[in-house]
Design a protein around this ligand. Structure first.
Ligand code: ADP
Ligand code: ZN
Ligand code: ZN
Length: 731
């Protein structure tokens, strides 16, 4: 028997497999982690396949030295998935394995030392000369076993005393594996009686789960229509037949409240994977799956790789969210596509869900590629009333504050009634820039070429990519005017104004600044939920999972911020954001109100968001996509060329453009395709590296794959780096 092994995946990027002999009696399985001799050293490798036909001459083949774990890290299906990812995203096998593998696997299990009393009959007179030893035994009679460290701390004793007792045989010190991460205990809840709409959706999917002929579904349900209850029911059904389920949620939606809903239903049979976990914690969660201690994994993008052997169901909540795409490192995969492939391989059912499906998904659903399920009504409350305020009108009427008169009066009313308000500002820092009112000069980061953000607290200008900072300027360096000042709005500014106008209001802020420390997101959430504040000001962190009945007002400070992003999806993003945010209002008995402030109150994103009419939005937006040949009518690929020397970068991107042309000519592509650029990337400089990009559009993804392959194997000057992203989500 021979093993095809991929070695040293952390050290190098490779597809290459090496052949090793499997020694007599070694129980080697595909997917196992092994030590193998390689270039006169022993290195770590993964067994990709087993064969009885070696690929080269027998005498040169060395033997596998050792198996590293008790079980295979990957099963055959995962290896199949890995191969698909390699081909689909045009990357190396080693990169895919690194992505699928649990972080922290080399850290191993965490063990804790425990102390246990072995002899019950302990007499004080035996310990006349060792009163400290007696004290330990007396304590253990009340509480045993106990963590060694805890015992030492409580009794203020020392390890010498413990060792002495161990030697005499009174106690035993032993090790036990523990899990680094524990979900918080929550009271068990029972499923509600489902509504007719929910029942219909559940029955439909259930049929598919039982049939062994898995389908893919889009569950299109307005916010608060009970989608999560549908997931819970489907998981219950899946677990009942001995299978397991993965629930993907976007990072920002993985709130304590979301986790609680799953834990309250399935208890400790749930593992949670989020980006705040340490590698060790991640490994522990991964092991819970491996050891069959859980049936359900709730987690972010990487949870799609949870190593279940009996997967029955994958649910993708908020399927339109861009966080499902890994865009900064290879493989630049989309967890949604990977989930679809994994379901196909494992014969599992896929359910994608959203109140605002991505254009691509909805388009596929109406074409019949996915089955469409609908939930049209909110369970507990009616949809909130949405009002749009034109901010130019406000200015013309002499109101130059960041609050329209309407929003202002509603906040005031809410405070009086003791109801809660959420004020939403899309992305901190994005519009909190400084500008000269006379000449238009905007201070930018010398390294990154993006506007610097003004920080009130320390009167500083800060770059949000590289951290560069400088003091706020008194005069404009270009024209000398003193009218250089802060424009636009950050969450800090909103907080300041609220405090100015409503000094009695209790205010919380949730943004990257206030949630940097572990657990602070959770803390702010519970403070607000428990009524410790009247107003919560936040960025898009506040969206899904904020189900707080006393929130009756949501104010969107400036919708234009997302509307003007340099991205062809800006209209879609705006519609999605407004809908999600509006969905936070009026979740309880009391009706909700939403005020959207904007300078573009005639834009269809705003109008359809006001009417809460996704289908109408879809019909408008799809027209533009078709005219300009954007997804779903074509695939895009973004090739970013970067380097320290701008001339070299420009040259290299020009060569990239030509290379794309060459591949397209060679393939004699008949369908629509277009190469754009080269142009400076939206962020034209990061950390002193210039960035230029070439964008390719094509109706056939295969064309893009060919180009990707070609460009990635091209010879570029030494310092130049090329990053290829097929089907990018932010461009
Ligand atoms: P979504 O995920 O679509 O936003 P949820 O599943 O969170 O909706 O449901 C909204 C609220 O309605 C939640 O508080 C949930 O507990 C409740 N709910 C959902 N389905 C039912 C039902 N069939 N009966 C009673 N309450 C329900
Ligand atoms: Zn100026
Ligand atoms: Zn910078």
């Amino acid at each position: 028997m021979f093993a095809e092994v991929i070695v040293e995946i952390k050290a190098s990027n490779t597809d290459r497999l090496y052949t090793y002999k499997v020694p007599e009696g070694m129980d080697l399985e595909v997917g196992m982690r092994v030590l193998v001799p390689f270039k006169n050293r022993l290195v770590e490798g993964y067994v990709v396949s087993l064969t009885d036909k070696p690929s080269y001459s027998l005498e040169k083949i060395k033997s596998v030295y050792k198996i590293l774990d008790k079980y295979p890290i990957f099963n055959e299906k995962m290896i199949k998935l890995a191969k698909w990812m390699r081909d689909y995203y045009k990357c190396y096998f080693s990169e895919v394995f690194q992505t699928i593998m649990p972080a922290g696997i080399d850290r191993g299990e965490k063990k804790v030392k425990l102390v246990r009393l072995k002899i019950e009959d302990v007499f004080e007179e035996d310990f006349k000369k060792a009163p400290r030893q007696y004290e330990v035994l007396r304590y253990l009679k009340k509480r045993s076993p106990i963590k060694l460290s805890e015992l030492v701390k409580i009794l203020n004793t020392d390890y010498g005393t413990i060792r002495a007792l161990e030697k005499k045989g009174y106690i035993e010190v032993y090790e036990e594996e523990i899990s680094r991460f524990q979900v918080r205990d929550v009271e068990k809840t029972f499923p509600p009686i489902l509504t007719e709409e929910q029942k219909r959706a559940v029955e439909e999917v259930k049929k598919s789960i039982f049939s062994g002929q898995p389908d893919a579904y889009l569950l299109f349900g307005v916010t608060g229509s009970g989608k999560t209850e549908v997931y819970l029911k489907l998981i219950e059904e899946t677990v009942k037949i001995g299978k397991s389920a993965i629930v993907l949620v976007p990072e920002i939606a993985l709130t304590p409240q979301t986790i609680e809903r799953f834990v309250s239903r399935f208890g400790n049979r749930v593992a949670v994977i989020h980006s705040g976990l340490s590698p060790g914690e991640r490994f522990d969660e991964w092991r819970k799956v491996k050891n069959k201690e859980v049936d359900v994994v709730v987690g972010v993008r990487s949870a799609v790789f949870a190593p279940f052997d009996n997967l029955g169901l994958i649910i993708i909540d908020e399927e339109h969210e861009a966080t499902y795409k890994q865009s900064d490192t290879r493989p630049r995969y989309n967890a949604k596509e990977v989930a679809e492939k994994r379901c196909e391989i494992e014969k599992a059912v896929l359910v994608m869900a959203s109140a605002t499906p991505s254009l691509e998904t909805y388009y596929k659903a109406i074409k019949g590629d996915y089955k469409l399920l609908k939930l049209t009504r909110r369970i507990k409350a009616s949809m909130p009333e949405i009002e749009v305020v034109n901010m130019s009108d406000e200015l013309a009427k002499g109101n130059n504050s960041i609050f329209s008169r309407k929003l202002f009066s509603y906040i005031k009313e809410n405070l009086k009634k003791g109801e809660q308000t959420i004020l939403f500002l899309n992305r901190r820092g994005y519009s909190s820039f400084v500008a000269c009112r006379d000449c238009g000069y905007v201070p930018k980061c010398p390294n990154c070429d993006i506007s610097l953000t003004y920080h009130f607290e320390d009167k500083k200008l800060v770059c949000h990519y590289c951290g560069y900072e400088e003091p706020m300027r008194e005069t404009c360096p270009k024209c000398g005017s003193k009218r250089i000042r802060y424009m636009g709005i950050g969450t800090e500014r909103v907080e300041m104004d609220i405090k100015k106008f409503f000094p009695e209001a209790r205010v919380l802020r949730m943004d990257v600044d206030t949630t940097r420390r572990k657990g602070s997101h959770e803390k702010i959430f519970y403070e607000f939920k428990n009524g410790k504040a009247d107003i919560l000001i936040g960025t898009q962190m506040i969206s899904k999972g904020f189900d707080i009945p006393n929130v009756t007002l949501v104010g969107v400070i400036l919708a234009d911020i997302t509307l003007n992003l340099p991205d062809f999806r800006s209209s879609e993003r705006t519609f999605q954001l407004l809908t999600q945010v509006a969905g936070r209002a009026g979740r309880g008995e009391k009706p909700g109100r939403v005020v959207i402030q904007t300078y573009e109150d005639n834009h269809y994103s705003i109008l359809t968001a006001k009417e809460q009419d996704y289908v109408k939005f879809f019909r408008e937006e799809i027209k533009y996509r078709e005219i300009f040949k954007y997804p779903p009518f074509a695939h895009l690929m973004n090739i970013v060329v970067s380097g320290e020397d701008e001339e070299k970068v420009k040259n290299a991107s020009a060569n990239t453009y030509l290379a794309c042309q060459k591949v397209i000519n060679k393939l004699q592509v008949k369908s629509y395709n277009k190469i754009l650029g080269p142009a400076p990337a939206p962020i034209s400089k990061i950390n002193n590296r210039y960035r230029w990009q070439v964008i390719v559009k094509s109706e056939e993804r295969e064309v893009l794959e060919e180009i990707a392959e070609y460009v990635q194997n091209m010879k570029y000057p030494k310092d130049i780096r090329v990053a290829v992203d097929i089907d990018p989500l932010n461009i």
